[in-house]
Design a protein around this ligand. Structure first.
Ligand SMILES: [Zn+2]
Ligand SMILES: [Zn+2]
Length: 455
C-alpha cells in the first residue's frame, strides 16, 4: 500500500518581532494596543508606561506615570482609550490616554476593595467596571457615575475574571480552584452555577463568546475547556504544561488556544480537530488480554496457581490489562494524548502514523512567563518574563484544516496520566437556556466523562 502523505502542522517557531528591555523591575501586566504599534506596561516599580514603536523598529516610552502604590492589574479599552489600574491598596484608578498615546490623564478613582485588587475588567457595553480583590469581594461599579452597583462574596481570592456581554454572565475563577458563574443585573447578582475541576488554584480564564466555551488554567498544570455552548455539560482537559498555567488566550479566527506556563512553556492547541472520546476504564479481576488474575483476585490466583498482577488500563480501548500486555507506549493525538501513554499491544498495532499526527505544538520561551496577552487583529502575542523583558511575537502557527478532522467532536488533551476528578455542583440548565446555541462541537456527555476521569 502506498504511503499517504499527511498534512503536518507548520511547526515553525513563533518569530520574535520586538523586545522591550528597558525595565529595572518585572512587568506584572502588559498589553498590545490594537492598531497602534504600542504596548502598555505595568511594572513592579509602580510605573505605568506606554511604548510606541518608532521608525527604527524600537519601542520608546511615550508615557511614564508613577503611581502612589504598587499596581496589580489593569484593563484597557481601546475604543475609549480608558485605562483602569488596580492597586495594592484596593483602589482602582482610571485614566484616559490621549489619541496619540503621548499623554495620560487621571479620570476617576474607585475605593473598590479592602485589600489588593486582583483583577479589573472594564465592560464598555454596560459601562461597568468589574473587579475582584483580596478581600474576597467581587464588585461592579458604574463607570459613568462612579457608584458601586453591587458586590458578591467569593469563596477565595479571585485570580481570573471574564464577562459575557450578551447574557451578562460573569465567570469568576478563584484560589480554591472553582469557577463561579454569576448573572449580573444592574444592582444585584445571582449565583448560576459553580464549575469544579481543578485540583489547584484557577490562575487564568478565557471566554470565547462565539463558541461559548470557557477555558480555565490552573496551578495544577492543566487547562479545562468548559463547553457551555454545547449544552451537554462537556468538560475537556488539556494537559500540556509542566508548571502552573500562567495565561490563556483564544484566537477564534484560527480556533487556536494559546496557553503559557510559568516555566516558559507556550502551547498552541488546535481546537479545530475532530476528536474522539476517551474510553471508560473497564473493571476486571483479570487481564482482559491474557486472563491472568490481578493481585486482589485471590480465588483465581489460588485456582490457577498464578501470581496476581498489577492492573493497568489501555488509554485507547479502556481495557484492564496487565503490564506485559501493555508494554508499549504511543501518542494518540486524536484522543487527546499528545504525549506517549500506555496502550495495549493490539491497540498499539492499530494506531497508524496518521493517527499520531500532532495537534498541538510546544514552544519554549526560555524565560519564566509572568503575563501573556494576545492581540487578535494582528495575531501578535506578548509575553512578559521574570527576565524583565517584554517580547512580542508574530502570529503563531496556523494548523492546516483537514476535511475529515474538523468541526465535529471533542478532544481530551492528556499529556500526562493524572487527571483530576470533575464535579459540577449545580444544575447547568439555568445557564444553558440563556445561551445562544451556536456550536460546532458535538460533545460527549460530561458526566460519563467524569466517571472515566475519576482515577
Ligand atoms: Zn495480560
Ligand atoms: Zn487497548
Amino acid at each position: 500500500m502506498a504511503a499517504e502523505i499527511q498534512p503536518q502542522p507548520q511547526a515553525r517557531k513563533p518569530c520574535l518581532l520586538s523586545k522591550i528591555e528597558a525595565f529595572q523591575e518585572v512587568v506584572s501586566t502588559a498589553m498590545i494596543i490594537p492598531k497602534e504599534d504600542g504596548v502598555i506596561s505595568l511594572s513592579e516599580d509602580r510605573a505605568i508606561r506606554v511604548w510606541l514603536k518608532r521608525d527604527s523598529g524600537q519601542y520608546w516610552p511615550s508615557v511614564h506615570h508613577t503611581m502612589p502604590s504598587s499596581c496589580s492589574c489593569m484593563s484597557f479599552n481601546p475604543e475609549t482609550r480608558r485605562l483602569s489600574v488596580g492597586m495594592d491598596t484596593g483602589v482602582i484608578c482610571e485614566f484616559i490616554l490621549s489619541e496619540d498615546y503621548n499623554k495620560i490623564t487621571p479620570a476617576c478613582t474607585y475605593q473598590a476593595h479592602q485589600g489588593k485588587v486582583t483583577v479589573v475588567l472594564f465592560v464598555l457595553e454596560m459601562e461597568w467596571l468589574l473587579s475582584t480583590g483580596q478581600d474576597k469581594n467581587f464588585t461592579w461599579h458604574c463607570s459613568e457615575s462612579g457608584q458601586q452597583l453591587g458586590t458578591y462574596r467569593t469563596t477565595a481570592w479571585v485570580s481570573g475574571l471574564q464577562f459575557d456581554v450578551e447574557t451578562r454572565h460573569a465567570f469568576v475563577g478563584d484560589q480554591s480552584g472553582q469557577v463561579t458563574i454569576l448573572k449580573l443585573e444592574q444592582d444585584s447578582c445571582g449565583l448560576v452555577t459553580t464549575f469544579k475541576g481543578h485540583t489547584g488554584n484557577v490562575t487564568a480564564l478565557c471566554w470565547d463568546p462565539v463558541q461559548r466555551v470557557l477555558f480555565s488554567g490552573s496551578s495544577d498544570h492543566s487547562i479545562i475547556m468548559w463547553d457551555i455552548g454545547g449544552r451537554k455539560g462537556t468538560a475537556i482537559e488539556l494537559q500540556g504544561h509542566n508548571d502552573k498555567v500562567q495565561g490563556l488566550c483564544y484566537a477564534s479566527h484560527t480556533r487556536q488556544l494559546i496557553s503559557c506556563s510559568s516555566d516558559g512553556g507556550i502551547v498552541i492547541w488546535n481546537m479545530d480537530v475532530k476528536r474522539q472520546e476517551t474510553p471508560e476504564w473497564l473493571d476486571s479481576d483479570s487481564c482482559q488480554k491474557c486472563e491472568q488474575p490481578f493481585f486482589w483476585n485471590f480465588k483465581q490466583m489460588w485456582d490457577s496457581k498464578k501470581i496476581g498482577l498489577r492492573q493497568h488500563h489501555c488509554r485507547k480501548c479502556g481495557q484492564a490489562v496487565c503490564g506485559k500486555c501493555s508494554s508499549k507506549r504511543s501518542t494518540i493525538p486524536l484522543m487527546g494524548f499528545e504525549f506517549e501513554v500506555r496502550v495495549c499491544d493490539s491497540c498499539h498495532e492499530s494506531i497508524t502514523d496518521e493517527d499520531r499526527a500532532p495537534t498541538a505544538t510546544f514552544h519554549d520561551s526560555k524565560h519564566n512567563i509572568v503575563y501573556m496577552h494576545y492581540e487578535p487583529t494582528t495575531g501578535n502575542l506578548l509575553t512578559s518574563g521574570s527576565d524583565k523583558v517584554i517580547k512580542v511575537r508574530e502570529q503563531m502557527l496556523v494548523f492546516p484544516l483537514k476535511a475529515d478532522r474538523n468541526r465535529c467532536g471533542i478532544r481530551v488533551y492528556q499529556g500526562f496520566e493524572l487527571t483530576p476528578i470533575y464535579n459540577i455542583i449545580t444544575d447547568l440548565s439555568i445557564l444553558f437556556c440563556e445561551f445562544v446555541t451556536s456550536y460546532k462541537l458535538k460533545c460527549c456527555n460530561f458526566l460519563k466523562n467524569a466517571a472515566q476521569m475519576s482515577y
